[in-house]
Ligand binder design. Structure first.
Ligand SMILES: [Zn+2]
Length: 241
C-alpha cells in the first residue's frame, strides 16, 4: 500500500453485482468492503465473490420483503452457520417503496438471526426511523454491530447510538447544505462513524472514496484523512478483520 494513499473501508457496497466498480476509481485501495446483497438470488454470487477485503452480508432488502419465506430463512441460517465470517444485510424498512407492514416482520426475523449468531446487520432505513429504532432495540441486542446505511436522520443519532448502532455516511449527503452536514457529523460519536459508497449505486458526480471524504471534510471542517482513518478503524473493529 502506498503510504501517500492510505487505505479505507467502505461499509456498504454491492460487490457481487455486475459493474460494481465501474464508477469507483479508487476501489483498489479499499482494505475492507462490507458487501451487501438484496435478495436470495444474489447469495450464490456473494459466496463465490473474490474481491479482496470483502466481508460478506446476506439478506433480503425491504423492497423484496414479500419474497421472504421459511425456505429463504433456512438458507440464510445455513449460510451463516457454515461461514462464521458471514453477516446479515441488506435488511430494513423503506416508507417510500413497498409495504412497511410486510417489511417490518422480515426485518425483525433477520435481526433475530443476526442476534442469535452474534453477527453484524447492515440496515436500510428510508423514513421509518421509529419502527427501525423499536426493531433494533427489541431484536438487535445480540448483534455484533448494527450499521445504519446512508444515515442522515440527525435527530435520531442519540437513541440509535444508545441502541448500539453505527452510522454510515453516503455520498448522497453532499446534496445537503454544509451546515446540515457539519451538524450531522458532529453529532455522531467518533467510534460509531463509517463511510460507504453503495456502489454501483453512486451519485452522478461520485469520483471515488477519497474524493467523497475530501468533500465531506470540507463541508464539515474535518480532515478527510482523519475521517477515512477513523471509519477504517471502526470497520476493522466491528468486523474483526
Ligand atoms: Zn445498498
Amino acid at each position: 500500500m502506498d503510504p501517500e494513499r492510505p487505505g479505507f473501508a467502505d461499509a456498504h457496497v454491492h460487490i457481487s453485482e455486475d459493474g460494481f466498480s465501474d464508477r469507483y476509481p479508487d476501489v483498489g485501495d479499499a482494505e475492507v468492503l462490507f458487501g451487501c446483497t438484496a435478495r436470495e438470488s444474489e447469495w450464490d454470487a456473494m459466496r463465490s465473490c473474490d474481491v479482496p477485503g470483502a466481508v460478506r452480508f446476506y439478506g433480503v432488502h425491504p423492497w423484496y420483503a414479500d419474497g421472504w419465506d421459511d425456505c429463504i430463512r433456512g438458507r440464510l441460517e445455513s449460510i451463516l452457520d457454515s461461514d462464521p465470517n458471514a453477516h446479515v444485510g441488506e435488511i430494513g424498512m423503506d416508507s417510500k417503496r413497498g409495504d412497511v407492514s410486510v417489511q417490518r416482520p422480515v426485518l425483525d426475523a433477520q435481526l433475530d438471526i443476526a442476534s442469535e449468531l452474534h453477527r453484524m446487520a447492515n440496515i436500510h432505513m428510508v423514513g421509518c426511523e421509529r419502527d427501525v429504532l423499536e426493531s433494533v432495540r427489541k431484536h438487535g441486542r445480540g448483534c455484533r454491530a448494527m450499521i445504519l446505511h446512508s444515515f442522515s436522520s440527525e435527530s435520531y443519532v442519540k437513541p440509535f447510538a444508545e441502541a448500539g448502532c453505527m452510522f454510515s455516511i453516503n455520498p448522497r449527503i453532499l446534496a445537503r447544505s454544509e451546515t446540515r452536514i457539519s451538524r450531522l457529523l458532529s453529532s455522531i460519536p467518533a467510534d460509531r462513524l463509517l463511510l460507504e459508497t453503495d456502489a454501483p449505486y453512486v451519485p452522478r458526480d461520485f469520483d471515488g472514496m477519497r474524493g467523497f471524504a475530501e468533500r465531506l471534510g470540507k463541508a464539515s471542517g474535518m480532515d478527510a484523512g482523519h475521517l477515512m482513518g477513523i471509519a477504517l478503524e471502526n470497520a476493522r473493529r466491528i468486523a474483526d478483520v
